[in-house]
Design a protein around this ligand. Sequence first.
Ligand SMILES: Nc1ncnc2c1ncn2[C@@H]1O[C@H](COP(=O)(O)OP(=O)(O)O)[C@@H](O)[C@H]1O
Ligand SMILES: [Mg+2]
Length: 274
Amino acid sequence: MIMMRAWRPAVRKTMTHHCSGAAPAQEDAMSSEPLLQVSGLSAGYGKIVVLRDIALSIGAGEAVALLGPNGAGKTTLLRAMSGLLPRSGQVRLGGQEMPNANPRATVAAGMAHVVEGHRVFTQLTCHDNLLLAGYGVPGAVRARQVDEALAFFPEIAAKRNDKAVTLSGGQQQMLAVAQGLVGKPRLLMLDEPSAGLSPVLVDRVLAAITQLRASGTAVLLVEQLIEKALAVVDRVYALARGSIVLEARADEADLPNRLERAYFGEGAHAPLDA
Ligand SMILES: Nc1ncnc2c1ncn2[C@@H]1O[C@H](COP(=O)(O)OP(=O)(O)O)[C@@H](O)[C@H]1O
Ligand SMILES: [Mg+2]
């Protein structure tokens, strides 16, 4: 049986935070706690428990992939973290406990979630889609933050005054990612941004992750295309049957084979119907 090793020991009890007076960026650097710290997270739909006792962490500016077969619970985990779904357990960002089931407050605290399937308003211009995504940002800085989000995607910037309906699927996905960036998140979570795109477009969308990482924004990427994901992230977690079954650096040898074995049961650390 393959033993699981968390990147850092999971924090199960509430930690005292020592630099609550510091500005967020400073706080990330000063704190010994990773930017994101999830522990003991469980969630599901009604009486159906999908996720059990999830623990994971992401450092400031780190890119991490969340991999796993269909139905493993990847989307459910993102939704539970971003407040779209109630959960039990802790989600801490920059040492601050994220509210449960409060997506607005979670976005305001710096966690952005680009949901599955590029959701853009096709009858609005690209620019208006981005202004709308920045509804929580004060008017004076919103226009500047829209420009900064557009800077990641020059081909969308060139079409900023065109309706989103005129964009290709890949361009709509870029616009959806840009929407997530308008609020200047500390952690951007992307749910299968490559779904339905051609390989060339996938590369263009995923290239933004490399850029984001360089700019200090942490990324959690849910992706089906393992090789493509491994090329742009620092670390991976694999989720199977509602539990984290593997954690590894993206450059570890034999990772695709280990992932496949983890998906199909070997190394799973909790039996399915415990
Ligand atoms: N709205 C829902 N109501 C009930 N069960 C759901 C709902 N959404 C997802 N599930 C179930 O939760 C499990 C995990 O789904 P999901 O998080 O979408 O997996 P993934 O994103 O890894 O493909 C699946 O068994 C799925 O059928
Ligand atoms: Mg999903």
